[in-house]
Design a binder for this molecule. Sequence first.
Ligand code: SAM
Length: 268
Amino acid sequence: MSAQRPRKRFGQNFLHDQHVLDLIISAADFQDDDRILEIGPGPGALTSRLLATGLPVLAVEIDRDLGAALQARDEKNLEVKIGDVLRLDWMGLLQNPPYKLIANLPYNISSQVLFKVLDHRHAFRRLILMFQKEVGDRLVAEEGTRNYGILSALIQPWFQIDRVVKVPPGAFHPPPKVDSVVLCLEPLSKPRLSLYDEALYRRLVKGAFAHRRKTLRNSLLGSGWAAELIDQAFSEAGINPGRRGETLKIEEFGMLANLLSTYDMGEE
Ligand code: SAM
């Protein structure tokens, strides 16, 4: 197939910077028994590098033309699935864990991919992912800083996150309007939190950041949490309800969530 024009609706900014590709491969630190999942292989610049390792690569591409072109390469170690990675059943997809997920993600789905990863985190050994720089900043942000938010508090309990390289727009075709960053996410052997109810933790974090200008208490009230429950949890945890959500450490969110999950929540 001759090169098609990049499709904006699929977030197609193709990476052509060889140095960045080198850094992605070396950060992946491939081992003989690794399996690779690539999301959005596009025309396959990164895919070719991945295949050069000799490891099995499973690639999911939404663009039928690009997916078909990759399938036509008939590579022994490459399996291409055509479809929307957010709609696929990841249990079915990740049949032979653990995987290393390596991807130059389309910006518009990066948070949703991370939430999927979170739900299947035991299937992953390492992730090397390209993000819009602002999203990368949010992932690594510490409490009390402007970028600290839902992504930070949902991902950091489970992953060590390191910057691999900052990537300027000129590394892509077409160049995006923003800077990008490659991050390495490695599952923590000892997670920062031990939660009784992870869904409740997520709901709490989302509620705490839903109204950033409000106090933690008011933000949670505004998100439907019952006053008596959260007041009891604040008091038992020794957390001042007048603080703002962004000042809470991950461990403080964890403590609140575990307290809340021991209370009788009644009907929801
Ligand atoms: N990996 C290639 C590279 O580095 O040049 C392409 C990266 S480009 C930023 C994102 C790729 O993800 C595109 O090929 C796009 O078609 C694909 N894509 C976008 N949304 C997708 C989705 N929901 N599921 C699977 N692939 C998707």
